[in-house]
Design a protein around this ligand. Structure first.
Ligand code: C5P
Length: 212
């Protein structure tokens, strides 16, 4: 892998992008940024402090005070955290505060894999390899439902599907860095793929980008 090679992996919730980003990171020896975790942390920490998710200034202050040591909290992986994340993620000031941190991560000498919604469009538009990972909402809901119930959350498949549709709409419909593929991103639909097949397809896309 040449120095400074950045791979962006964007897409909606439970599309498989986290697994794909992790696999690419291991394969190429690159650090992986799970940018969704930053928004999850801001949402949960703000709520924990009694704040309002719609309060942009308070959310931006929470984002500014965020430290790496706080990110290991398992609560950030819950269903409620995903919803809170997408609500604070609409605020331009929150996105602005988190921008430098994400760009610094991308600028590491060896390169990086960036997982999120706006990695290829806003954080690193010059990245040489960009993927946009999708899957049908029903497939994503089932994956997320398995994950959440495996973590011990009591939730129905229908509720998870409703969450996913609401979050897709909010993430794609917001005016600040809406979720969408970068013009030069390669689309990867994982609906009919196993994890191994998706990882393989992602690797081929990255190899093609490296060769080109
Ligand atoms: O990827 P994950 O499901 O953890 O993201 C949680 C939420 O954080 C997303 O629904 C989205 O609203 C927000 N997010 C974002 N930009 C990113 C990553 C996540 O707005 N780069």
């Amino acid at each position: 892998m040449s120095a400074g090679f950045v791979i962006t992996v964007d897409g909606p919730a439970a599309s498989g992008k986290g697994t794909i980003a992790g696999g690419l990171g291991r394969r190429y020896g690159l650090p992986v940024l799970d940018s969704g975790l930053l928004y999850r942390a801001v949402g949960v920490l703000l709520q924990r402090a009694g704040g309002d998710l719609d309060d942009e200034a308070a959310a931006a202050r929470t984002a500014a005070a965020l430290t790496a040591a706080q990110l290991a909290d398992p609560e950030f992986r819950t269903r409620g955290a995903g919803e809170a994340a997408s609500r604070v993620a609409v605020h331009p000031k929150v996105r602005e505060v988190l921008l430098a941190l994400q760009r610094d991560f991308a600028a590491q000498p060896g390169g990086a894999v960036l997982d999120g919604r706006d990695m290829g469009t806003v954080i690193c538009p010059q990245a040489p390899a960009k993927l946009y990972v999708t899957a049908k909402p029903e497939v994503r809901a089932e994956r997320r439902w398995r994950q959440l119930t495996g973590q011990g959350e009591a939730v129905s498949l229908d509720e998870v599907l409703a969450d996913i549709r609401r979050r897709d709409e909010r993430d794609a419909g917001r005016s600040a860095a809406p979720m969408r593929p970068a013009p030069d991103a390669v689309l990867l639909d994982t609906s009919e793929m196993t994890i191994d097949q998706a990882a393989d397809a992602a690797r081929r896309i990255v190899e093609a980008a490296r060769a080109g």
